[in-house]
Design a protein around this ligand. Structure first.
Ligand code: HEC
Length: 195
C-alpha cells in the first residue's frame, strides 16, 4: 500500500519526533482530515472557476487572495484542527511550510515525479510532544491545466502584473501540468480533543 510506504518514509525523515504510525484501519481523524480537505478544495475550486468565468484571471486572483484564507479559517474553527495550504514555492508567504511540512512536500514531489503514483497522494502521521500526540495529515495538490493561467511558466502580462502587485515576493510560477503545486495540511493539536 503506497500510503503506508509513505508513512514509513516519513518516520525515517523525522524519526526522533514520531510516535507509532496509525494502525491499519483508518483512524477517524484521518477520515475527518480527508473530508475537510476535500471540502476546502471543492469550495475554493468552485469559487475560482466562477470568478474566472465571470471576471477572468485578474478578478480571480482577488477571489483567491480573500477567499482561500477565509475558507481555511472557517474550516479550522468548525473542525478544531488547523487547516491550510502550503507549498515548496509559495505565492503567499503566510502559507510557507514548516520543517515537517517541507519534508512531506519533498517526498510528495519525488513520488509525483516518479509517475508511479495515482493521486490522491497523502500522508498521515503522529508526533509525540512530551507525551501528548499531535496528529498531521497532508494531501498533495497536483497542478492542473486550469491552474496554469496563474501558476504556469508563462503568465499573460496583466495577470503577471496583478500577481506582482498583490504578492511582490511570489515564487509560485513556472509549474507544468502534473507537477506538485502544493498540499493541504491539517494539524490536530496535541492539547485539543480530536475525532
Ligand atoms: C486566478 C489565479 C489563480 C489560479 C487560476 C489558481 N491560483 Fe493558486 N493561488 C492564487 C493566489 C492569488 C494564491 C495566494 C492565495 C493566498 O493569499 O493565500 C494562490 C495560492 C495557491 C496555493 C497556496 C500556496 C501558495 O502558493 O501560497 C496553492 C496550493 C494553489 N494556489 C494551488 C492552485 C491550484 C492547484 C490551482 C488550479 C486548480 C490554482 N492554484 C489556480 C491564484 C490562482
Amino acid at each position: 500500500m503506497k500510503r503506508r510506504a509513505c508513512i514509513a518514509t516519513l518516520i525515517l525523515v523525522a524519526a526522533p519526533a514520531l510516535a507509532d504510525a496509525p494502525p491499519s484501519s483508518t483512524p477517524v481523524w484521518v477520515d475527518t482530515s480527508r473530508t475537510v480537505t476535500q471540502q476546502f478544495g471543492a469550495e475554493l475550486k468552485g469559487e475560482l472557476t466562477r470568478a474566472m468565468q465571470q471576471g477572468g484571471p485578474a478578478v480571480a486572483i482577488d477571489v483567491c487572495r480573500k477567499r482561500a484564507p477565509e475558507i481555511a479559517r472557517r474550516l479550522s474553527e468548525e473542525s478544531g484542527a488547523r487547516v491550510g495550504r502550503t507549498a515548496l514555492k509559495v505565492r503567499n508567504s503566510a502559507n510557507a511550510p514548516d520543517g515537517l511540512e517541507r519534508a512531506v512536500l519533498e517526498q510528495f514531489s519525488t513520488e509525483l515525479a516518479s509517475g508511479k503514483f495515482t493521486p490522491p497522494l497523502e500522508a498521515a502521521f503522529e508526533i509525540n510532544r512530551g507525551g501528548a500526540v499531535e496528529r498531521h495529515y497532508m494531501r498533495a495538490i497536483p497542478t492542473e491545466g486550469v491552474c496554469l493561467a496563474c501558476h504556469g511558466e508563462t503568465l499573460a502580462p496583466e495577470i503577471a502584473a496583478a500577481v506582482r502587485e498583490a504578492y511582490p515576493s511570489d515564487q509560485a510560477t513556472g509549474f507544468r501540468e502534473g507537477d506538485l503545486r502544493g498540499a493541504f495540511s491539517v494539524t490536530w493539536p496535541a492539547a485539543a480533543p480530536h475525532p
